[in-house]
Design a protein around this ligand. Sequence first.
Ligand SMILES: Cc1cc2nc3c(=O)[nH]c(=O)nc-3n(C[C@H](O)[C@H](O)[C@H](O)COP(=O)(O)OP(=O)(O)OC[C@H]3O[C@@H](n4cnc5c(N)ncnc54)[C@H](O)[C@@H]3O)c2cc1C
Length: 399
Amino acid sequence: MNAVTPETTRVGIVGGGPAGLMLSHLLALAGIDSVVVEVRERAVIERTHRAGILERDSVRMLVDAGLDRVLRDGHEHRGIDLRFGGASHRVDFADLVGASTWLYPQTDVFLDLADARERDGGDVRWGVTDVEVSGVTRDPADRPVVAFTDAEGRRREVHCEVVVGSDGSRGTCRDLVPEASRRRSFREYPFAWFGILAQAPRTLDELVYARGPEGFVLVSSRTDEVQRMYVQCDPADRVEDWSDDRIWSTLQAGVAGDDGLALAEGPILERTVLPFRSFVQEPMRWGALVLAGDAAHTVPPTGAKGLNLALADVRVLAEALERTLLGDDADALDAYSARALERVWRTQHFSYWMTTLLHRLPGASAFDERRQLAELETLASSRAASTHLAECYTGWPTG
Ligand SMILES: Cc1cc2nc3c(=O)[nH]c(=O)nc-3n(C[C@H](O)[C@H](O)[C@H](O)COP(=O)(O)OP(=O)(O)OC[C@H]3O[C@@H](n4cnc5c(N)ncnc54)[C@H](O)[C@@H]3O)c2cc1C
């Protein structure tokens, strides 16, 4: 058996999604070396459609980091349509809070980051297997090791000072924190989203969040020719349970109204069932391990926060690592967890609220249904209530 030649770096990053790649990019700008290990091939991630809406500060973060394609290829959204009772009620972000969001698919965020890492000579190992992290303790003398088998089948070991677990919602880095030292909070939901990508023209310029007769509908977009739409479904539903007819009739009924709104239809290119979950693991730092993005927390997709929250973690973490590793402030990393969790819990609350506001709750009574409608009416008619939604949706300013 070949001996493993140890390599060294300052930060070992497990997971090359948006959180891991953005962190590696920001650390490189600060002159700090990192190695990213990612179990998937780059080409596979490039084709995986997920989030699509960026908060104002996520856009600013990309642009400040030299990744400004979003300003050319993204679409600025100055509001959203809340649709219920067969009518649209625009929430005008620009007017209410002087902010906007940007439609810029996660696949593009990933491409920008992966290209930047490649262009700058960043060390990203795609398509690795058998990743094992060891040596994560609270003893500052211990050095963690990220071991893995590279895409050519060679066993590797990267010795580092800090390991960042950015391995997503199914990742295992968070299990490295002993049970006695961690707290996990969950919430399951009795519904899911049935999502499609359709080859069809854009019906509307901005997103529509609808509470239709059968529950939630989201009309979003990927490009001028490809549209992203979701309908509420049962979490046990399988892709095969939904015929094209059922998909389009549920979508059309969800947005139907006196104004005659009808969605442009076209061939369905992709279909997925997206289950919902709220999850947080605290603290987000334990000894030489820090967690970032979905590895530490998951939010339901209503409100479009998952990707934004991952980037917000990284914004705080990169600064803390820079101050710790470049020697100015050895305690900076200690503050990371508390700072990040403040936003995580505000986001959990917003995502939960948007979810329960807009979905049909199975078994809901007539009272529950009417109360939900009254809440939507308050939201649409009260400037104070709309301002709250606009503030949360566009993202709280980074502290
Ligand atoms: C199907 C789907 C649809 C979504 N839709 C939306 C949406 O509409 N709006 C929204 O805001 N958010 C959405 N999200 C959430 C959003 O995509 C995530 O919040 C975002 O990707 C978080 O980024 P991340 O880097 O933390 O995690 P991820 O993007 O999950 O990246 C983690 C990476 O770690 C890798 N990995 C896992 N285990 C290991 C290991 N042991 N070693 C090395 N690498 C590992 C994975 O392959 C992955 O590439 C969706 C998520 C899913 C799954």
